[in-house]
Each structure stands twice: as C-alpha cells, then as structure tokens.
Design a protein around this ligand. Structure first.
Ligand code: ADP
Length: 499
C-alpha cells in the first residue's frame, strides 16, 4: 500500500510539473508501466464523438501499424469494451477472453491486460491500457490503483488543455495588439509598463531596450506623454514626437489593471489644419486692402456730392456691409493668429483691471441701447498670469454678445469670484437664452444659433476666439442657459500661486 501511495504521489507531482499534454501523458505511462511491471502500455484520447484524437504508445511502433492497432482495439477490442461499459477491467489471459483481438504482425506478445477509462465530467476522454507478455501478471489490487492514476491524469489533462486554450487566446490577442498600426501602451497603477506594442516601441524610440515593468519616466522624457499618465490627467491629448509627428492619445482606466493608452498618428490632419490656417491668414489679409478701397470710394462719392437722401441711404448700407466684412476679417485673422501662437508671453495681471477695461469699452453701446450693466467683485486681489490684450478681448466678446442678444431694457451682470485655485469670471444676461440642442456647438467656429430668426449680424467666431484665448491661458469656458431666461458664460482661469 505504501508503495502504491508513493507511486500516486510521484505521478501527481509529475502531472503538476508539465503543462504540455503529450509529454505529461508519456510520463504517466512510463511510470505506471514501470511500477506495475507491465511490458508496455498505451493511452488513447477520445473526442466528444468518441473518435481517437491522439494516442500514446509506450513502445515505439511504426505509425501505420499503430493507426491500425488503435482502430481495431476501439471497434472490436478491449478499449472499445472499456469505453462501452464505462469501467476498467483486467484480462487475466488473452487466449481465453473474447475482448482481446489478435491481429497479424502483432508487434509484441500480449497475454495479460489491464485497462481503465480516463473520465472527466461524466465523459470518457481516454483509455489507459497496460499489457504483459505473460498471463496472470496483473493483480486485482492494481485495478483501483490504476483507476486513481487515471482520475488524476484526466484532471491534469483537462487543466493542460485549458491552459493551452488560454495560452492560444493570449497569443492571438498579442498578435493582434502587436500588428496594429496604433501604438498601445499599458501601465500599472504604479506607472510601470505592462505592455508596449511594436508601434509604441517605435513611437518611444526604444530600439531593443527592455521595457517590461520599467517605470514610464525611465523609458521616455516626452513631457506630453508623461503628462497623460499623471494622476487626474485628462483622458485625451496630443503628443508631439521628436521626429515631427503628432499623435492623438486616448486613455482608458481599467480597474485592476491600470491605464491603457492608444495613440493614433494625426500628423496628416495637423498638416491639413496648418494649410487651412495659412490659407485663411493669407486670404483674409489680402481682403483687407480692397475693402479699405470700397470704404474710401464711399467717402469719395459723398465728397463729390451732393447725394440725394436715397443715395445716402444706399451709401450707409454699403458702409454697414463693409464694416461687417471688416470685423469678420479681423475675427478670422485674430483666430488664426491665436491658433498659431506657440507660446503666450504672460505677466501677472489683476483680473479686476481686465474687467474694468472690458466694461469701459462696452459702456457707451450699453447706455445707447438702454441695457443696464452691473458688476460684482466678490473677491479682491485675484491675480492670473496672462496676456492683458487677449483677456480683455475674451471678456469683451462675451460682453458684446450679451449686449447684442439682450433686448432693450435688459440687464447684464458681471461677477468675479474664486473657487479651488481658479478665478471665475461670469457674464450673465437676461436675454433670449440658447436652446439646449445648440449648447454643445456654441463654441465652434462659424456656429451661429438660429441665425435665420434674428437680424443680429455676426460671424460665429466670437465664442471660438473666447475659447481659444481661455485655453491658451490654461483655463476653461462654459455656458449655462435657459431659453427666455438668459445665459451665463463663465471663464475659469488658474490663479497665480500666492507667494
Ligand atoms: P456671433 O455672435 O458672431 O454669431 P459667437 O461665436 O459670438 O458668434 O456666438 C455664437 C452664437 O451663440 C450666436 O450666433 C448666438 O446665437 C449665440 N449666443 C452667443 N452669446 C449669446 C447670448 N449672450 N445670448 C444668446 N445667444 C448667444
């Protein structure tokens, strides 16, 4: 008994050390043949349809002969009997047992046989057979032992197969991830690299440098790339590369794994965008001169006068149209200049000063229209770092809009406050408001809500300029609005750290 237990232990060790099903079964077979003093043995593996998918013979037998043996034993022979009856048995002497078929060219003599099924989840997945050249060689006590071995082998076999399946799936996924053109980078919560596909290795110019489990900051010094993985970083961003390409990154947080970043090359779009901007700049620039000429001629006509009242009305119309065109051109130029601005020169500014300047500029038109202006500084001494001209322009555009869209007798309020290290400038009007469906697009270039309804002229560029300026200052702008109640546009700008 002790010896049997030892054998079981050895086999179970053996089963757990090798995850290759073929090699593992071979070892099981070798050990059982040796310990039960058989001459040789075999294991057949069966699929769902009880067809032999694989077999392991302990003794080397030519392949075609092996195929024949396997075919015969399963249909007419002892293995077939084990499969049909569902349990193992011993043949004491093959000469007196129908279940043993003898065929031509039998490679070795068989007189004693011991066979058991390998069973997993009610199904027989294989048959383990031991044979001996002499009769009465297997003791009936060997049967339960062989059953126990078969049970263990079946479990190990299933594990090995599941492992192989998982491994195949893993390899498939890996192949897909590695062959995609998009760069994929996965980091652990501790910001060490878990995965880099080929495109990502190339993007980071790693050559053959090892990257697995390395901290990200050791592998790259690209500040934009590192920023994406900072705590609380935004989930998308552009990453310029030293070779001139620009990548667009999208980060996804996966609980329990870390962060997955996918990078797409957007260099072509960037180039196109630059071409478009260059074109707009050049074109609008060239439009200024003829426009000035139009206005000059209007003056000339007046000087050549006298003009009739009808003609004067027409001239006013021409001037109005020319002025509108001029402001459109100015907006376009301003926007393209802003977008091409690489780095903003910043100085510390008091926001109250900025608001005062913007309000002074709007005051005369507000008074003329009969719209009340109110201002409320809830906190004093709010300093930001920025460009005064641009910030005055941003607030000015919001005031212009508020005035433009608020009907006679309305009211505009400007408030200044702080929250979470940010200065908040709000421009609040009680005008017509903006429909919910227009809100998401309101800051887009050329977008005008309901232009057909109002006669109010505009280019649809004012808010795009505001947004660009605010973002250049590291801030945000948003709007809350309710139709026929009014609109509140808020600018949030990072406060200068107090010293
Ligand atoms: P423009 O005013 O030249 O049309 P903007 O970019 O400044 O362009 O504004 C885009 C659109 O947003 C406007 O056409 C208008 O419909 C809407 N809008 C902007 N400000 C207000 C406001 N204070 N009240 C109502 N609608 C507004």
């Amino acid at each position: 008994v002790q010896e049997q237990l030892n054998l079981l232990n050895r086999i179970s060790d053996e089963l757990n050390t090798d995850l290759d099903p073929g090699r593992m079964l071979q070892r099981v077979l070798d050990l059982t043949v040796e310990h039960l003093s058989a001459s040789t043995g075999s294991i057949l593996l069966l699929n769902q349809q009880n067809r032999v998918t694989d077999f392991i013979l302990q003794q080397k037998v030519p392949r075609d002969q092996a195929d024949r043996i396997v075919g015969t034993v399963l249909t007419e022979g002892f293995a077939g009997w084990v499969l049909n009856s569902g349990h193992g048995d011993i043949i004491a002497d093959t000469r007196h047992d129908q279940r043993w078929v003898v065929y031509d060219n039998q490679p070795y003599d068989v007189r004693s046989v011991l066979g058991v099924p390998l069973r997993r989840r009610q199904r027989i997945i294989g048959i383990l057979t031991l044979v001996h050249a002499e009769p009465h060689k297997f003791n009936p006590t060997a049967l339960p032992l062989l059953n126990a071995i078969a049970d263990q082998a079946a479990i190990a076999l299933e594990n090995a197969q599941l492992f192989r399946q998982t491994e195949q799936e893993r390899q498939k996924l890996e192949a897909i991830i590695h062959s995609t053109q998009d760069a994929v980078l996965v980091t652990s919560p501790a910001r060490t690299v878990l995965l880099l596909n080929l495109a990502a290795q190339e993007m980071m110019e790693l050559n053959d440098q090892p990257w697995e489990d390395q901290p990200l900051q050791i592998l790259t010094t690209n500040p934009e790339l590192l920023n994406l993985f900072a705590p609380d970083a935004p989930t998308t961003g552009e990453v310029p590369l030293p070779d001139g390409r620009t990548m667009w990154a999208k980060i996804t947080e996966i609980p329990g794994i870390g962060r997955v970043a996918v990078f797409r090359d957007i260099s072509n779009f960037k180039a196109l965008d630059k071409m478009k901007r260059d074109f707009v700049t050049a074109f609008t620039h060239d439009l200024r001169t003829p426009l000035a000429t139009v206005k000059g001629y209007v003056e000339l006509v007046r000087m050549d006068g006298p003009v009739t009242d009808r003609q004067e009305e027409d001239l006013v119309g021409v001037t109005k149209a020319a002025n509108l065109m001029k402001s459109l051109i100015e907006d376009l130029l301003q926007l393209s200049r802003l977008e091409q601005l690489e780095e903003l020169v910043r100085i510390p500014l008091d926001l109250e000063g900025i608001l005062e300047t913007s309000l002074t500029q709007i005051k005369p038109s507000a008074e003329a229209k009969g719209v009340k202006l109110a201002v409320e500084y809830r906190r004093g001494g709010l300093m930001v770092e920025g460009n005064a001209v641009l910030l005055v322009r941003a607030v000015g555009n919001l005031l212009d809009n508020a005035l433009k869209y608020t009907p006679v007798g309305g009211q505009i309020r400007v408030t200044l406050d702080r929250s979470d290290g940010q200065a908040l400038v709000a421009v609040i009007d009680n005008g017509p408001g903006i429909r919910a469906k227009d809100l998401p697009r309101i800051f887009e270039k050329f977008f005008r809500a309901r232009p057909e309804l109002d006669e109010i002229p505009g280019s649809g560029l004012g808010l795009a300029i505001v947004k660009t300026i605010v973002e250049q200052h590291g801030g945000r702008v948003w709007v809350e609005s309710e139709p026929s109640v009014g609109s509140t546009f808020t600018l949030a700008l990072p406060l200068l750290a107090e010293v």
